[in-house]
Design a protein around this ligand. Structure first.
Ligand code: HC0
Ligand code: SF4
Ligand code: SF4
Length: 574
């Protein structure tokens, strides 16, 4: 620990702390643009300049460690003037169409311009005309709006290890583009949307599908059905000023009714269903010693990645569809039948924390349980928050409501899918029951929780040791896969029996379609919300959900049945 000063006020910080972090600890916010707490500082934009007392030079607070005894001046007229010029220069290359921008109201550049009180443009305006890339179903790249902060490329290359984005050209011709200057859809992009979640401006954003939802809601011939994903309920509140992690499930159901949806279901129910199928699959493979490890497949970005880079591992993938797609299949078959509605008249919508789910609904093999696309539109949490605002719904003052049955009730195991480790924990709760015929005393598996990139644990199921691994954030996964491949090559026993993978850091709670501002601090709060939701459920295990039992009794027969395979399982392509 060292003793330092921020604007003359003393504090102690760890050696190596950046000036930016030290100031924050003191409650002083230094403006940033290229810096993001998820990423290493690279001092590109120059907005965070500060002075160190006794030195004539300005330094960048994000990339400069504070030293013992230093007094850092974070704000004085000269510093503010330099920062304002940086913003003005960026604005000189930036379109002025804020009113029409997807980030209007929550853009970091707009906020800086407002904070610095910029009223005119002293520099010559020079905005390049560059084409928009909307080649993927998930995200839109508008390079004209790019401020060259580099966050998207750093996320894609560093955190995700995908390398789908890069800077092309030099000097004032530099621009962001699909790697190799090709359309994003032709790059290795896995559609995770982490670039859009980290972009400070409107240069990369989720594809907006809300018009399709409004149109369906207006169509009297359509029976419009909606499902909400686990992670939405602990993050949507942020768009209305609530603390991250606040559980707003009941308000979401209420808002959906105000919007006019005909049936409101919960993806968490389908997560329970996924567990029934996946745990059955695991227990079967484990007892037979076949194709281990079993690897979870509910994250479509992860599926896309594995298909592209580790095609030989496809046999290890769980064939169980994701909860989103299981729900979609059950809506247009089981529910349609129960209600006596022609599936063609059903319009099925999902609200997801994820941009990749927009891609998942277009994957061929999912589309035809009913001879047509099972899920019609998937929108993100951000799009949903805009719909609530557009409809004038006073979200914060809504009273809690309940979802509809038979596809609404969920167990605690269903909700924890939203956090890294949750699918594994939920599967273990049910696998234990399938193997032993008994119920767990303690249902929590703390070993698979938390933000560590790769979590490995050995779980004891009454004397049988099950080795599991949980990986999240795409860039962390290769290590695990390489370990497996090495063991297979050497003819040794594989190091894990069951692996959960999620492409986003922290799991879906920090998906590419969630409210902006994901940091580890916020991730932890959302994760805490998820486990609180789990603890608050009367039923904590998927196999105990009475509506799941009814679904098998009335329609699917039993987990892993022929009918279940037809409707709830899928295939992968190399
Ligand atoms: Fe997820 Fe899901 S948990 S992928 O992270 O498995 O998007 O929240 O909806 O489908 O349930 C996302 C979140 C889901 C699915 C579930 C899974
Ligand atoms: Fe990279 Fe994900 Fe963005 Fe694609 S969606 S460019 S993989 S960060
Ligand atoms: Fe989507 Fe979740 Fe996968 Fe992220 S981790 S890409 S939010 S499914």
């Amino acid at each position: 620990q060292i003793t330092v000063k921020i604007n003359g006020n003393e504090l102690t910080v760890d050696q190596g702390t950046s000036i930016l972090a030290a100031a924050e600890k003191m409650g002083v916010k230094i403006p940033v643009l290229c810096y993001h707490p998820d990423l290493p500082a690279w001092a590109a934009c120059g907005i965070c300049v500060v002075k160190i007392e006794g030195s004539p030079k300005l330094v960048r607070a994000c990339a400069t460690p504070i030293m013992e005894g230093q007094n850092v001046i974070t704000h004085d007229p000269e510093i503010v003037e330099v920062r304002r010029s940086v913003v003005e220069l960026i604005l000189s290359n930036h379109p002025d169409d804020c009113l029409y921008c997807p980030r209007n109201g929550n853009c970091e550049l707009q906020r800086l311009a407002a904070e610095f009180g910029i009223r005119e443009q002293p520099y010559e305006k020079d905005v390049r005309q560059l084409p928009v890339d909307d080649s993927t179903p998930s995200i839109v790249l508008d390079p004209e709006k790019c401020v060259l902060c580099g966050r998207c490329a750093k996320v894609c290359q560093g955190m995700q290890d995908v390398w789908a984005l890069e800077f092309i050209g030099r000097g004032d011709q530099t621009r962001i583009a699909g790697a190799g200057d090709i359309e994003l859809a032709d790059t290795p992009c896995i559609k995770c949307g982490q670039c859009s979640a980290h972009c400070p401006v409107g240069a990369i954003y989720e594809k907006d599908d809300t018009k399709k939802v409004w149109n369906a809601l207006q169509d009297p011939k359509k029976h419009v059905v909606v499902q909400i994903a686990p992670a939405v309920r602990v993050a949507l509140g942020e768009a209305f000023g609530l603390e991250p992690g606040t559980i707003v499930t009941g308000k979401i159901y209420a808002a959906l009714r105000r919007l006019g949806f005909d049936a409101i279901f919960d993806t968490n129910f389908a997560a329970d269903l996924t567990i029934m199928e996946e745990a059955t699959e695991f227990v079967h493979r484990f007892t037979k010693g076949e194709e281990l490890p079993l690897i979870t497949s509910c994250c479509p970005s992860w599926v896309d990645y594995l298909e592209k880079y580790f095609g030989d591992m496809i046999p290890h993938f769980s064939t169980a569809k994701s909860p989103q797609m299981m729900m979609a299949s059950m809506i247009k078959t089981y529910y349609a039948q129960k209600k006596g509605i022609d599936p063609k008249d059903i319009f099925s919508i999902s609200i997801m924390p994820c941009t990749s789910k927009k891609y998942e609904i277009t994957r061929d093999e999912h589309m035809f349980s009913t001879g047509q696309q099972d899920l019609d539109v998937s929108i993100t949490t951000r799009e949903f928050s805009r719909m609530i605002k557009q409809a004038g719904i006073d979200f914060l003052n809504l009273s809690d409501e309940e979802p509809d049955n038979p596809l609404g009730m969920y167990s605690g195991a269903g909700t924890i899918f939203g956090a890294t480790g949750g699918v594994m924990e939920a599967a273990l709760r049910t696998a234990y029951n399938m193997v032993t015929g008994e119920e767990l005393g303690t249902v929590e598996f703390e070993q698979v929780r938390g933000l560590e990139g790769i979590k490995a644990a050995e779980i004891d199921i009454k004397g049988t040791k099950v080795k599991v691994a949980v990986a999240h954030q795409m860039g962390n996964i290769e290590t695990v896969l390489k370990q497996i491949q090495a063991a297979q090559k050497a003819g040794e026993e594989v190091p894990f029996h069951f692996i959960e993978v999620m492409a986003c850091r922290g799991g879906c709670i920090a998906g590419g379609g969630q409210p902006y501002g994901a940091t580890d601090e916020r991730r932890k709060k959302r994760i805490a919300g998820i486990y609180k939701d789990d603890e608050g459920q009367k039923i904590r295990c998927s196999h105990q959900n009475p509506y799941i039992k009814a679904l098998y009794d009335e329609f699917l027969e039993k987990p892993g049945s022929h009918k279940a395979h037809e409707l709830l399982h899928t295939k992968y392509v190399d």
